[in-house]
Design a protein around this ligand. Structure first.
Ligand code: NAD
Length: 315
């Protein structure tokens, strides 16, 4: 299959390089000039696995303006606040035949994709796959080959032939996909998961294991989970796990699966980039407002992350 990776950061590189290694035709499209310059200068991207086996992987790289191809599927891996800009710059190569797929964190991206793609061409999901961009042209795939897993669903909740083809390619690429027919519930379950781990680890600049091993981690997580689940009940969203299952997943993920990992929101904070908190805790709070529920803890945490961003920007 022919893919265009829109956003060649940590996750764009991980998905794109693994799809390329599984035999697909992949082109990466990016806008961050130091990254583009470095990849061109060194003839590819340096890829490591868990800090080991650093090796150069050649890739095809274009900017939105220089790309002239016609991919079957465009895979979007930008930060939420970058997406509108990428869509506008890439619009000239979009057509009605193409599918848009993404596993970005947070919520807000689907409405933006709908401005350019028909509902039956949008597939989205969630990725429990940790990847770190060490710097321009240098990426680290955390976890062993085949580590991590992902979910995907059609916006229409009706998988078609292209969905199954994409699923097969992701499986060959060792991404461990699961296909669901609960679009909003699948995406929101991950938003809620991130609203605990990403946000608290970022605020305190700690690894996931440091949070998971804290004796009051359950209480902190439960308060956020309860607020978010109450809101989803009011909004008629059927989440893919119960509150207890979500608490269990938080515990296993932080203490056992990825204790040494800093979440992607932390990577943004330490590089003085804006975080996605408005699309995670902020999105839950907004959904609450729409359903007459004040998500006090999520609002408080959103403001705390903005305080940390503000403090760093004014140091
Ligand atoms: P990323 O920040 O690595 O890359 C996104 C874009 O930002 C790319 O175009 C990249 O070139 C550019 N970029 C990277 N560093 C930059 C810098 N210092 N200055 C300017 N531009 C820069 O983003 P990502 O981690 O690939 O995340 C994409 C989406 O996937 C997000 O919604 C994220 O939350 C989600 N996600 C990330 C992970 C992860 O482990 N990284 C896991 C699951 C989901």
């Amino acid at each position: 299959m022919k893919f265009a990776m829109i956003g060649a950061g940590a996750m764009g590189l991980r998905y794109g390089i693994l799809l390329q290694e599984a035999g697909n035709d992949v082109t990466f499209i990016d806008t961050w000039q130091p990254h583009i310059d470095k990849i061109r200068e060194q003839g590819g991207v340096y890829v490591s696995r868990d800090h080991q086996d650093r090796h150069l992987t050649p890739i095809k790289l274009e900017t939105p303006e220089s790309y002239k191809g016609d991919p079957d599927i465009l895979i979007f891996f930008t930060k939420q606040m970058q997406l509108a800009g990428f869509l506008k710059r890439c619009e000239h190569f979009f057509n009605d035949r193409q599918y848009a797929f993404t596993c970005m964190n947070g919520m807000g991206h689907i409405e933006k994709l709908q401005q350019y793609f028909a509902d039956d061409k949008i597939i989205a999901g969630t990725a429990l796959i940790a990847t770190v961009l060490n710097g321009p042209g240098d990426v680290d795939f955390m976890g062993k080959a085949g580590a991590g897993k992902m979910n995907m669903a059609n916006l229409t909740e009706k998988p078609d032939e292209m969905t199954h083809q994409l699923f097969d390619e992701l499986k060959k690429a060792n991404m461990n996909p699961t296909l669901t027919t609960n679009f909003r519930g699948t995406l929101m379950t991950k938003v809620i998961f991130n609203s605990v781990i990403n946000t608290l680890c970022t605020l305190f600049e700690i690894q996931m294991g440091e949070f998971g091993n804290f004796p009051k981690a359950y209480d902190l997580g439960r308060q956020l989970i309860d607020e978010a689940y109450d809101i989803c009940e009011r909004a008629g969203i059927t989440l893919v796990s119960t509150r207890d299952e979500e608490m269990h997943a938080l515990d296993i993920n932080t203490r056992i699966d990825m204790p040494l990992h800093y979440p992607s929101m932390y990577q943004d904070m330490i590089h003085d980039r804006p975080t996605e908190v408005d699309y995670i805790n902020g999105y839950i709070a907004q959904l609450g407002r729409e359903h007459n529920y004040e998500a006090k803890t999520h609002i408080f945490l959103t403001n705390l992350v903005h305080l940390a961003e503000y403090h760093r920007a004014n140091q």
